[in-house]
Design a binder for this molecule. Structure first.
Ligand code: KG4
Ligand code: ZN
Length: 336
């Protein structure tokens, strides 16, 4: 089966082709980072307009490279939520038009399911498993017994982990999104100089909180002499990253122990973070749990993960109608 995937939930326009015999045949991305950087974050209306300009040319480019017509597809999978509603609508209406014109099935994919299943693009999934989904909008622990069966175990009470990275980076004057910059700069940072709080770390529940961390970073940055020295920025980056990684790891392995699973996974943009990947790998090894990190291109928003998830739906006989709606917020629910 050849499934076209479309992802426009935030600021990346992405289209991909998943071929169940060949794997990911295409994964094209048009980033809007430069457009939003001047505003220090994503401007929803600008994101929608940019998707509108970029999406059809990307689809066209993909089909031409693959020497395919829309009618050669076996399905069109699209992220229909959660995300920015205007941005989602651009992807959803395009997917509906393509599916209708080519007379092929349409599938709506929950963005978090896409992130979870991105792990299947880098190797066979070991299930049941606990997944930590960490992105700019989400920090969630999800128990997956099989593809299509999801149980939310816990999540953040305030900011997402990616937001904690991005807001700290903004305080340091780094470009948006700041996560990858903190990842890079932290390598030269002194781990002893700044010890930031680990909010709720003693709480027995599977919860996260990052808003206190952001405040602590703001107070630290305000105390720094201007102009900031490169070493100051590296040391704060290191302190922030160490705090976030420790909080995330603690909860992931707590959840894995509670659910007695043989495997753990990480997903979402923050799963590209080098320190998180290393810390999870080390702890998983110590506890004899299976773990293999997803390829970095499949951590941040991409349509390959949506096309793959769409294929899972279709081969289980699930498809959407043309009245499929988009949604800004909603938890991931089971469909199997
Ligand atoms: O999954 P994603 O592309 O979009 C959402 O669904 O939100 O995640 C984007 C988030 C941003 O907050 C970004 O700073 C963060 O992922 N991120 C990182 C890294 N790469 C992306 N955070 C830490 N280290 C990274 N290497
Ligand atoms: Zn995402």
């Amino acid at each position: 089966m050849k499934i076209l995937g479309i992802e426009t939930s935030c600021d990346d326009t992405s289209v991909a082709l998943y071929d169940s015999e060949r794997g990911v045949a295409e994964n094209l991305l048009s980033s809007q980072v430069e457009l939003h950087d001047q505003f220090g974050g994503v401007v929803p209306e600008l994101a929608s307009r940019a998707h509108l300009v970029n999406l059809l040319p990307l689809v066209d480019h993909l089909l031409r490279r693959q020497e395919m017509e829309p009618g050669d597809l076996d399905g069109v999978a699209v992220t229909n939520g959660p995300g920015l509603i205007g941005a989602l609508l651009v992807g959803l209406s395009t997917a509906k038009a393509l599916a209708r014109a080519a007379n092929v099935p349409l599938v709506g994919v929950h963005h978090l399911e896409g992130h979870l299943l991105a792990n299947a693009l880098s190797g066979e999934l070991v299930l049941p498993a606990v997944f930590l989904v960490v992105s700019g909008g989400h920090t969630e622990l999800i128990y997956v017994s099989e593809v299509g069966r999801y149980e939310r175990l816990g999540g953040t009470l305030d900011d997402a982990a990616g937001e904690a990275f991005d807001k700290s980076a903004k305080l340091l004057g780094l470009p948006y999104p700041g996560g990858p910059h903190i990842d890079r700069l932290a390598a030269a940072g002194d781990p002893q100089r700044f010890k930031f709080p680990r909010p709720l770390i003693k709480d027995p529940r599977l919860v996260f909180s990052f808003s206190g961390l952001k405040t602590a970073v703001r107070l630290t940055v305000e105390d720094l002499p201007r102009p900031y020295q490169d070493q100051d920025i590296a040391d704060i980056s290191r302190g922030v990253q160490d705090a976030i990684v420790e909080i995330l790891c603690r909860r992931l392995f707590q959840a894995a122990a509670e659910k007695r699973v043989p495997a753990v996974y990480i997903a979402g943009g923050v799963a590209a973070n080098g320190a998180l990947r290393e810390a999870v790998a080390n702890q998983a090894r110590r506890r004899s749990l299976h773990f293999s990190p997803p390829e970095r291109v499949y951590c941040t928003d991409n349509a390959a993960m949506i096309a793959y998830a769409g294929w899972e739906h279709l081969r289980a006989g699930c498809r959407a109608d043309l009245d499929l709606d988009s949604f800004a917020r909603a938890p991931l629910t089971s469909w199997r």
